[in-house]
Ligand binder design. Structure first.
Ligand code: HEC
Length: 137
């Protein structure tokens, strides 16, 4: 009986650890193809203000804790809305919806979000409540 009880709580502990690890691992929100195309969109339209390595220049950093620390309470929807509606600064809305999807995919990738089999979608991403916390230091 005693052995069984110990085994039971060990299992519960493992499940708890799995649950908290799941919360910390960001979801797959874009495809590799989008992120690859997004790298070019970024170089052509964003790097002059945000830096080729995303660490910031005239515009703020778009990578790491200087961008999206847990305490900044960013969501994918809030950041994507800012990009789609206000960027590039000076020419807001000048890219296609496809290009905005691609550049968002690139930014997520650079911040440690995994790629997956479902493409990031313009409309859905504007309303996304997924927390955007950079996995990069
Ligand atoms: C002409 C310079 C310029 C260009 C080009 C530009 N940005 Fe920005 N960006 C800024 C500035 C300045 C800010 C901060 C002030 C603001 O929010 O308007 C900013 C803010 C942002 C933010 C919000 C960051 C935060 O922490 O809230 C994101 C995300 C962003 N830009 C993404 C992009 C992307 C993606 C592109 C290319 C499609 C781009 N920007 C092009 C100047 C620029």
């Amino acid at each position: 009986m005693k052995t069984l009880k110990i085994a039971g709580s060990a299992v519960a502990g493992v499940l708890l650890m799995a649950a908290s690890a799941g919360a910390a691992t960001p979801p797959a929100l874009y495809t590799d193809a989008q992120a690859t195309a997004g790298s070019t969109v970024f170089s052509d339209n964003c790097a002059m203000c945000h830096g080729a390595d995303l660490t910031g220049a005239a515009g703020p950093a778009l990578i790491g804790q200087a961008f999206a620390a847990p305490g900044s309470n960013y969501t994918v929807g809030a950041i994507f809305s800012e990009i789609a509606e206000q960027m590039p600064a000076g020419q807001p809305g000048s890219l296609s919806q496809t290009q905005y999807e691609q550049v968002m995919a690139y930014i997520l990738k650079e911040n440690g979000f995994p790629s997956g089999s479902t493409a990031l979608n313009y409309k859905a991403s504007l309303a996304s409540t997924v927390p955007l916390v950079s996995q990069v230091k």
